[in-house]
Design a protein around this ligand. Structure first.
Ligand code: ATP
Ligand code: MG
Length: 252
C-alpha cells in the first residue's frame, strides 16, 4: 500500500486526571473520508487538535504526509486546513476581511475571485460585508468552511462542519466534500453526530469511547459486526456499553 497520508501511532493526550485520547493508532489513505465518531467527550476534537499540532501529545505521534506534525507543523499546515465551530474568527472584521487575511496567509496572489467563488458555493456572498460578530451560528459555520477551502488543501480536518447548518446547505457541504474527494483526491477526517449523514458520506468510520478506539471499518462493516440496522443504533450501543457488541452476546 502507498504510504498513508495520515498516520497516528500510540497517540495519547492527558489533561490532568483525564485521558482524552488513549493510545490511539490509525492510518488514512489518500482520498478517504474518515468519520471520527463517538459520544460527547470521547476525544474527537482532541484528536483533531493533535493532528493539527494545536496541542502536544502526552505520548505517541501524529504524522501527516509522512511528517511529524509537532516538528514540521509549518510544512504540514500549508497543505491542510480545518474548520471548527468552536474556533472563532475576529468578530470586529467583516467576512471579506477575515477571508482576505487567511488568503494572504496562504499566499494566494489574487484572493478576491477565490473568496467570491467559495462564498457563492456556501451561500454567503451577500454577507461578506458584515462583521462576523453579526452573523448567525450557521452563517459563521459557512464562513469557516470558506476559510477551510482557501488553500486547496490536500487534507481537511472538519470538526462538526454541518452541526449548525440548515439541511439545504448541509447538503451543499456534503456535495462539496464528495466533489473535492473525487476531483482532487482530498483526504478528509471529520466529526459529526449526524449518523445518517455519516452513513452517506464516509468511506470508513472510527468510533471512539473514552479516548480509545472501539470499532472501525466501513459503515456497513461496523453495522454488521454490531448486528444493528443503522449507524445510529451502533452509536447508541457504544455510548451506553462502551463497546460494539453486547458482552453477553460475545460470551454466548
Ligand atoms: N483543555 C482541556 N482541559 C481539560 N480537559 C479537556 C480539555 N480538552 C478536552 N478535555 C477533556 O477531554 C475529553 C475529550 O474531549 P473532546 O473535546 O476531545 O471530546 P469530543 O469527542 O470532541 O466531544 P464532543 O462530542 O462533545 O465534541 C473530555 O473529557 C474533555 O472534558
Ligand atoms: Mg468535539
Amino acid at each position: 500500500m502507498a504510504q498513508p497520508v495520515i498516520e497516528v501511532t500510540g497517540l495519547t493526550k492527558r489533561f490532568g486526571a483525564t485521558t482524552a485520547v488513549d493510545d490511539l493508532s490509525f492510518a488514512v489513505p489518500r482520498g478517504e473520508i474518515l468519520g471520527l465518531l463517538g459520544p460527547n467527550g470521547a476525544g474527537k476534537t482532541t484528536t483533531l487538535q493533535l493532528l493539527l499540532g494545536l496541542t502536544t501529545p502526552t505520548a505517541g505521534q501524529a504524522r501527516v504526509f509522512g511528517l511529524d506534525v509537532q516538528r514540521r507543523r509549518y510544512d504540514v499546515l500549508q497543505r491542510v486546513n480545518f474548520s471548527s465551530a468552536y474556533i472563532s474568527l475576529p468578530t470586529n472584521l467583516t467576512g471579506w476581511e477575515n477571508l482576505h487575511v487567511f488568503a494572504r496567509l496562504y499566499g494566494l496572489r489574487r484572493p478576491r475571485p477565490r473568496v467570491l467563488a467559495l462564498a457563492e458555493t456556501f451561500g454567503i456572498a451577500d454577507l461578506l460585508d458584515r462583521v462576523t460578530g453579526a452573523l448567525s451560528s450557521g452563517q459563521l459555520t459557512r464562513l469557516n468552511l470558506c476559510k477551510a477551502f482557501l488553500n486547496d488543501p490536500e487534507v481537511l480536518f472538519l470538526d462538526e462542519p454541518t452541526a449548525s447548518l440548515d439541511p439545504d446547505i448541509a447538503d451543499v457541504v456534503r456535495e462539496t466534500l464528495r466533489a473535492q474527494q473525487r476531483q482532487r483526491g482530498v483526504t478528509i477526517v471529520y466529526t459529526s453526530h449526524n449518523m445518517r449523514e455519516v452513513e452517506r458520506l464516509c468511506d470508513r468510520v472510527l468510533f471512539l469511547s473514552r479516548g480509545r478506539e472501539v470499532a472501525s471499518g466501513t459503515p456497513r462493516d461496523v453495522m454488521e459486526r454490531a448486528r444493528q440496522q443503522t449507524l445510529e443504533d451502533v452509536f447508541i450501543r457504544i455510548a451506553r456499553d462502551g463497546r460494539l457488541t453486547d458482552s453477553r452476546e460475545a460470551e454466548g
